[in-house]
Write a protein that binds this ligand. Structure first.
Ligand code: ADP
Ligand code: GN1
Ligand code: MG
Length: 362
């Protein structure tokens, strides 16, 4: 076992004795490890190195997570009935009572490992899509009365589409866009960019409310039990004030697409309309009662914007030299961008059908 990891975990208030610490999970930003206890009487843990280049205000982010998880923990424990209730992540503090620990140049946090639950990268049925969406919707509904203004913006302007486009243009102006596929991607961003800033315009006008949203509702950020029931929303780094559209949209992006996020064969990239219907009905199940008419009427804009903003972010990172996302090969971000932009294009072509489906469940 890595000695540094053992030293790091020993700074936290843990029980028992750790027998192994192994890499776990494969996100693009943080590094995660599972720490197993030697004794079954003591809990197992989930250790993460926080990417502080991305999350610059580590204290602010950890206090957001603490207040939201404590709020949910309280709610779920009170509501608990029959072992099918939702669960909340629980932070393990350091021996000094802090929410994270600094070791050399890096920042670390610890959660209890939630036993017996699994994440699903690619849902295999509409039922699973429905259930994941229901869980993400419940998360927003459960935080309906939580004061969004008490939370720090962990990444300022995270989903501010006009700013993402401005940064994209700055980066593009400093590089040579030479290859045909790069040029096509840039042209597409310029062609549809303004249309996909609609949510920001509505927000700026005060027509849509800021809520507590997750902002990274990638489908594998919700854990399922053995009966495929959604039980726990995880990966809470980006929980902050946002539009419900972002949570609807990122779940759609990652659960209803017919390919992986980085598929290079663009013919394989499309939206599965049955899965979209399942996602919509699941997400609206608990949120229907709390959303304004305009939020529901415009929620499809979130499903269109999220693949697009990801396309723009991946493309920007590619032109910037792959400094933000973990990549497996030099053109990985370009491949991801082309895939996300293709998904955007195909979804835009079906916008009227997507709106009809939302109407059916509103
Ligand atoms: P990333 O930012 O890398 O996506 P996550 O916080 O989503 O990191 O964790 C990566 C994976 O680890 C998740 O998809 C899930 O499978 C698992 N995981 C995360 N937190 C826990 C936990 N507390 N208990 C059990 N498994 C977890
Ligand atoms: C990142 O950490 P992970 O892999 O869940 C990113 C999300 C993107 C996602 C794309 C803080 O999420 O915004 O949607 O990659 N998180 C951050 O796969 O930038
Ligand atoms: Mg994750």
């Amino acid at each position: 076992m890595n000695n540094d990891l053992l030293q790091i975990i020993s700074k936290f208030d843990i029980d028992g004795s750790i027998g192994s610490i192994e890499p776990f999970g494969g996100g693009h930003i943080n590094d995660s490890f599972r720490a197993l206890n030697t004794s079954t009487q003591s809990p197992n843990y989930f250790l993460q190195r926080i990417n502080h280049h991305v999350f610059k205000d580590v204290q602010g982010m950890m206090s957001n997570i603490r207040s939201v998880t404590e709020y949910l923990y309280d709610k779920y424990c009170k509501d608990a009935a029959g072992g099918e209730e939702m669960l909340a992540l629980k932070i393990v503090k350091t021996l000094d009572g802090e929410l994270y620990s600094k070791f050399g140049d890096s920042y670390w946090r610890l959660y209890y490992l939630i036993e017996g639950l699994k994440s699903i990268d690619v849902p295999s049925s509409a039922d699973i899509v429905f259930e994941g969406a229901r869980g993400f919707g419940q998360f927003v509904a459960d935080l309906h009365h939580f004061d969004a203004t008490s939370l720090t913006d962990t990444i300022p302007y995270f989903h501010h589409m006009p700013r993402r486009l401005k940064r994209f243009e700055e980066v593009v102006s400093e590089v040579k866009v030479e290859k045909t596929d790069e040029k096509q991607a840039v042209e597409f961003v310029r062609k549809v960019g303004d249309e996909l800033c609609e949510l920001q315009r509505l927000l700026d006008r005060g027509s849509l409310p800021l809520r507590v949203t997750h902002n990274d509702t990638k489908f594998n950020n919700i854990l399922f039990d053995k009966n495929n029931k959604a039980r726990c929303v995880i990966d809470l780094d980006t929980v902050m004030p946002g539009l419900v559209h972002y949570d609807f949209g990122d779940g759609v992006r990652t659960s209803t697409c017919t390919s992986d996020e980085d598929e290079s064969d663009l013919d394989k990239v499309d939206i599965d309309m049955d899965f979209f219907e399942a996602y919509t009905s699941g997400f609206l199940e608990d949120t229907r009662g709390i959303l304004s008419n305009l939020e529901t009427q415009t929620i499809v804009e979130g499903a269109l914007m999220m693949p697009f903003i990801m396309g723009v972010r991946f493309l920007t990172d590619y032109f910037e030299g792959n400094i933000y996302y973990k990549t497996a090969y030099p053109t990985h971000n370009l491949v991801r961008a082309k895939c996300q932009l293709e998904l955007t294009r195909k979804m835009l072509a079906r916008k009227a059908d997507l709106i009809s489906i939302v109407k059916k469940y509103s």
